[in-house]
Design a protein around this ligand. Structure first.
Ligand SMILES: Cc1ncc(COP(=O)(O)O)c(C=O)c1O
Length: 443
């Protein structure tokens, strides 16, 4: 890093997202620079990135190839509208993204974030059914403990009580939820996909019968849920959801905002699990988080049904963003996807998976640990909550790890690990070794 920015003296103006603002501003932890596997704090301390930022910097920080592509694009075309006009790099980015999606999901709608991708996917599902003359299909089904961002659509199908309660009377109508599949009495300390739980997908049959299948537009799930504590799908579960959706004419949406682009050792979780949905949402690692970018990959027939339904010359889908296919985000995407391919990064993640799994499960006997779960380069370590203070133990572990030079994430009492896919063996040791040490220190 050439120079560190001066730490801010006034923290009051920035209302920080998903942050305990008062607590943070009393003891701020700032990140001022980043390169490769490490962040740097304003006072020059190195912090190992155990979370790829927020599950997004899969190729590691500060990649020159991506930076150069953005800089070149800035000199050529900084911005151009995508409504009724196009620019070459937006189309090229869509072609590249499509080439990494499962066969058939080759129509790409660009957004700027995962939340927007989730809301866009839900709207596309509704538009599809209307275009086919089934406008009564308006019901959406999500899952408890699901996270689909913070738009009203994503929040409504999402299943995180804390995110919903302030807004509960303004959520979308006609939404229902499957149960989540996490049950420690059956699947604690699973390595990879738990053997127990495929039958939980049968609940979808029950919900469809309850509401009448002909009223249901789509089911949305994360193939592997990250934000609520790394919930790995049971063996056979996603396959069963797929079967039930197909049988009932319901679209299946996989929210792959954290799983797409290598996290599970394949371009998508769909590829890893061998289950192909009708729409895939993505963001984050699509361009290594260098410029905000999200997308929805749509099965060609779904796209065609919507696009061919409108009269010639009319806008077929009244939806889009000022920054859809932003030239800088598109340039970053192309450079990132090239980098992933050239460095065989997804294969690398797959090869590292057993080492990562072993290191995570070595914490099984550490104090407070009640579960370890993993898949790809993702692991969750669940801690017993402190009496009367859920989340407090994990929050303390996070803070102590950070001060000891390792960044982990916590959600509730689960510690989540999702490092850049360039992580080396000794850094995996540093990551879990630091956590083990801290677990011995906290009460
Ligand atoms: C599965 C999933 N969907 C949607 C989102 C929201 O993405 P964003 O924060 O970019 O809006 C996230 C963010 O972590 C996510 O994990």
């Amino acid at each position: 890093m050439s120079s560190q920015p001066t730490p801010p003296t006034d923290l009051s103006n920035l209302w920080m997202p998903f942050t305990a603002n008062r607590a943070f501003k009393r003891t701020p932890r700032l990140l001022a620079g980043a390169q490769g596997m490490y962040y740097t704090t304003p006072d020059g301390q190195s912090v190992l990135d155990g979370t790829a930022g927020l599950w997004c910097v899969n190729a590691g920080h500060g990649r020159k190839e991506i930076r150069d592509a953005i800089t070149r694009q800035l000199a050529v075309l900084d911005y151009a509208p995508s409504f009724q006009l196009g620019h070459p790099i937006g189309f090229e980015a869509a072609t590249r993204v499509a080439s990494m999606m499962p066969a058939g999901l080759d129509r790409i709608f660009f957004t700027n974030s995962g939340s927007e991708a989730a809301d866009s996917a839900l709207k596309i599902a509704l538009a599809y059914h209307r275009a086919r003359g089934e406008a009564q299909r308006t019901r959406l089904i999500g899952r408890e403990r699901g996270y689909h961002g913070v738009g009203f659509g994503g929040m409504s199908v999402g299943g995180i009580p804390g995110n919903r309660k302030t807004f509960s009377s303004n959520l979308l109508p006609s939404v229902d939820h499957l149960s989540h599949t996490h049950d420690l009495s059956h699947n604690a300390f699973s390595r990879g996909q738990p053997a127990w739980g495929a039958h939980m997908a049968d609940e979808l049959e029950r919900l469809l019968q309850l509401h009448d299948p002909s009223t249901v537009a789509a089911v949305i799930v994360e193939p592997l849920a990250g934000s609520t504590g790394v919930l790995v799908p049971p063996q056979g579960y996603l396959e069963r959801l797929r079967e039930i959706c197909t049988k009932n004419g319901v679209l299946l949406i996989f929210d792959e905002v954290i799983t797409a682009f290598g996290r599970l050792g394949a371009a998508t979780a769909s590829e890893r699990f061998g289950v192909t949905p009708d729409l895939i949402t993505m963001a984050k690692a699509i361009n290594n988080a260098a410029v905000p970018m999200g997308a929805v990959a749509v099965r060609r027939e779904v796209h065609d049904a919507v696009v061919q339904a409108g009269a010639e010359g009319t806008i077929e889908l009244a939806h889009g963003y000022t920054y859809s296919a932003h030239p800088l985000a598109a340039a970053a995407t192309i450079a990132t996807l090239d980098l992933y391919r050239q460095t065989r990064l997804f294969e690398r993640a797959r090869e590292l998976e057993p080492v990562f799994e072993q290191a995570a499960h070595a914490l099984r006997e550490a104090p407070h640990v009640i579960d370890v779960r993993n898949l790809g380069l993702v692991a969750g370590i669940e801690l017993a909550p402190r009496d009367g203070a859920p989340g407090a133990r994990a929050a303390e572990v996070f803070a102590r790890c950070f001060d000891a030079g390792v960044m982990v994430r916590y959600t509730g009492d689960t510690l989540a690990f999702s490092p850049p896919l360039i992580i080396e063996g000794e850094q995996i040791t540093q990551l879990f070794g630091t956590v083990a040490k801290v677990l011995r220190e906290v009460r």
